[in-house]
Design a protein around this ligand. Structure first.
Ligand SMILES: Cc1cc2nc3c(=O)[nH]c(=O)nc-3n(C[C@H](O)[C@H](O)[C@H](O)COP(=O)(O)OP(=O)(O)OC[C@H]3O[C@@H](n4cnc5c(N)ncnc54)[C@H](O)[C@@H]3O)c2cc1C
Length: 473
C-alpha cells in the first residue's frame, strides 16, 4: 500500500514541476558546521522543484552550488561571489510504501523528517550519520556512512533513483542501471554534477525504535581494534569513542558500543505498547557566547578521563533511544559553538586493513602533539561502492575534531596527510578544510575520471563551490 503524505504546508502540489522564476535573495555569509572559512554568496531558496532548472540556466559567472542543512564541516556548500541554492524548503515527503519500505521525497527532506514519518510504519533510514540534521540531497552528495557501514555500505547503495537538474538546467531521472556513470559521479560528488531535487530510498525494516547496546571499555589500541573486528561479525552497528590524548600503554583506549535494533520482547514492559515511538528532543543548548580556548588540551584531557572512567567495563543489552545511540550530539543545540569564534577542523581519514601500524603512528603523533580532539571516533569500513569520490573503502576510519587554534595544528595535519597517503588511504571531502589538490589526487584514484565527466557535463563550469575551487574538482 502506498500512502501519499505531505508533512509540510504545501506550496504547490508535490508534483508541480512547472518551470518558474525564483528570486535570488540577498547576500548571506555562510560557513559549514566547523564555522571556519566564511564566504558571501547570494542565496536562492526554491519552494517548488520546477524553480531549480531556471536557477541553473541563469547561473551567474561565479556559478551555483546546492546547500542542504550545512552539516558538512567546511565549505562544500558555499560559493563565494556566486549563487547558493538552499534546498531545505523542498522538503515534501511524496509517498511512503509501508509494505515495501520505499520512500519518495524531495531532496531537502531531513533524515529526522524521514524518521518521524517512517518509524511508526516500522522503517528506519538505511544509513545514518552521526547527526540526523542532514538532507537527502546532502546524504547522496557526500554518500554518507554510518555505524553500519560494514553491513550496509554507504547511503547511495540504498537509493533507487534520483532526479538531477544538470548544470545546463535539464532535469533527468538517474538510476544506477540507466546511467551508472552519472549516478556514481553524483553519489559522493559533493553537488558538482547537478542539483538533486528528489529521490527514492529503500528503508530498513525495524521492530522497534530502540537499540539493544553492548558496551566494552578497552585498555589500549590493540584491544580496541580486536573488539571492533570481533563486533563486525556480530552486530549491525559498531563504533569506538577513543581518548586521543591517552598515551603509552593507554594509547587508543576507547569505549566501544555495539548494537542492533531491539525486538519488542527486548523492551521493558512499559515500552512494549508503543515500540516504535520516536520523539527526539533537544535537551541542552550550548551557551550563546563561548570564550575562545574553552576546548583545549587540558579541558579535553579532563573530559576524556571522566567519560572513560564513567563507562562500564562491560555492559550488555542496554536499551537506548535512536538519539542516544546514533546522534548524541544532536541533543545539544549548536554544540559547534563551544569551540569559540575560531571554530574547529574535522579530520577524518581511512587507511586500508593491513595498515594498522600507520593508524597507531598517527595516534601516537596526535597524542604526542597534545592535540585535543573532543570527539574522536574509530570504525571499520566494509567494501566501498562505485562512487567516483565516495570516501569509504575497506579499512579503519578515524574522525577527530580539533579546535582551529590548536598550536601547530596545520603542520600536524600535513604530516598526517603524508602518512595517510603513504598507507594508501584518503580523507573525507565532506569534512576536509585544508588538504591540497595534489595530495587529494593521490588519495582518490578516480579523481581524473570525475574531472573528465564534469568537463563533459558542465563545459560552462556552472557548478562551483569553495571546496571545488580549492581542489580543482
Ligand atoms: C555532528 C555531525 C556528525 C556527522 N557524522 C557523519 C557520519 O557519521 N558519517 C558521514 O558520512 N557524515 C557525517 N557528517 C557529515 C554530514 O553527514 C555530511 O556532510 C552531509 O553531506 C551533510 O548534509 P547537509 O544536508 O547538511 O548538506 P550540506 O552540508 O549543506 O552540503 C553537503 C554537500 O552536499 C551537496 N548538496 C546538498 N544538497 C544537495 C542537493 N540537493 N543536490 C546536490 N548536492 C547537494 C552540497 O553542495 C555539498 O557539497 C556529520 C556531520 C555532523 C555535523
Amino acid at each position: 500500500m502506498s500512502c501519499h503524505t505531505s508533512e509540510m504546508p504545501a506550496q504547490g502540489s508535490p508534483d508541480d514541476c512547472s518551470p518558474d522564476a525564483v528570486p535570488t535573495g540577498p547576500e548571506a555569509t555562510l560557513t559549514g558546521w566547523g564555522r571556519i572559512d566564511p564566504s558571501v554568496a547570494r542565496v536562492a531558496e526554491p519552494t517548488r522543484r520546477g524553480e531549480v532548472p531556471g536557477l541553473l540556466e541563469t547561473a551567474p559567472l561565479r556559478g551555483v552550488i546546492a546547500r542542504g542543512l550545512g552539516r558538512s564541516y567546511n565549505n562544500a556548500a558555499q560559493n563565494e561571489g556566486g549563487l547558493v541554492i538552499l534546498m531545505t524548503s523542498l522538503n515534501r515527503i511524496i509517498s511512503l510504501d509501508r509494505e515495501a519500505g520505499t520512500v519518495t521525497c524531495e531532496a531537502g527532506v531531513s533524515l529526522e523528517q524521514l524518521m518521524r514519518i517512517a518509524l511508526p510504519a516500522g522503517w528506519f533510514v538505511p544509513v545514518s550519520p552521526g547527526t540526523r540534521q542532514v538532507t537527502i540531497g546532502g546524504a547522496i552528495a557526500a554518500d554518507v556512512h554510518g555505524k553500519n557501514h560494514h553491513r550496509a555500505g554507504s547511503f547511495a547503495v540504498h537509493v533507487r533513483w534520483f532526479d538531477l537538474v544538470l548544470p545546463g538546467g535539464e532535469e533527468r531521472r538517474v538510476t544506477p542501471s540507466s546511467d551508472p556513470e552519472l549516478f556514481w559521479a553524483t553519489a559522493g560528488g559533493m553537488g558538482l554534477t547537478g542539483v538533486i531535487t528528489r529521490a527514492e530510498i529503500q528503508l530498513k525494516k525495524v521492530q522497534t525504535s530502540k537499540l539493544a547496546v553492548d558496551t566494552v571499555r578497552t585498555a589500549d589500541l590493540d584491544e580496541t581494534m580486536a573488539c571492533l573486528s570481533d563486533a563486525d561479525e556480530r552486530y549491525g552497528y559498531t563504533v569506538a569513542w577513543l581518548d586521543c590524548l591517552a598515551s603509552g600503554a593507554h594509547l587508543g583506549r576507547s569505549v566501544v558500543t555495539n548494537g542492533d535494533f531491539a525486538a519488542v520482547s527486548d523492551l521493558p514492559v512499559k515500552d512494549r505498547r508503543d515500540p516504535l515511538a520516536f520523539s527526539p528532543v533537544v535537551r541542552l543548548r550550548a551557551p550563546a557566547v563561548c570564550p575562545p580556548g574553552l576546548v583545549n588540551r587540558y579541558t579535553v584531557a579532563l573530559a576524556n578521563e571522566a567519560w572513560y572512567r564513567k563507562a562500564p567495563k562491560r555492559r550488555e543489552g542496554e536499551i537506548q533511544s535512536i538519539g542516544a545511540f546514533f546522534h548524541p550530539l544532536d541533543g545539544i543545540r549548536n554544540w559547534n559553538t563551544v569551540y569559540g569564534p575560531a571554530g574547529f577542523r574535522q579530520y577524518q581519514f581511512v587507511v586500508p586493513f593491513g595498515a594498522e601500524q600507520a593508524l597507531r603512528q598517527i595516534l601516537e603523533r596526535i597524542s604526542a602533539a597534545r592535540a585535543p580532539s573532543f570527539v574522536t571516533v574509530l570504525k571499520r569500513f566494509g567494501p566501498g561502492d562505485e562512487g567516483y569520490l565516495s570516501f569509504p573503502t575497506p579499512g579503519w576510519t578515524l574522525a577527530l575534531d580539533f579546535p582551529t587554534r590548536t598550536p601547530g595544528l596545520d603542520g600536524l595535519l600535513r604530516r598526517l596527510d603524508d602518512q595517510v597517503v603513504t598507507a594508501g588511504g584518503r580523507v573525507y571531502l565532506a569534512k576536509d578544510s585544508r588538504v591540497s589538490a595534489d595530495v587529494l589526487a593521490e588519495m582518490y584514484p578516480r579523481l581524473q575520471d570525475f574531472r573528465k565527466l564534469r568537463g563533459e557535463l558542465d563545459p560552462a563550469g556552472n557548478l562551483v563551490s569553495d571546496l571545488s575551487r580549492r581542489l580543482g574538482l
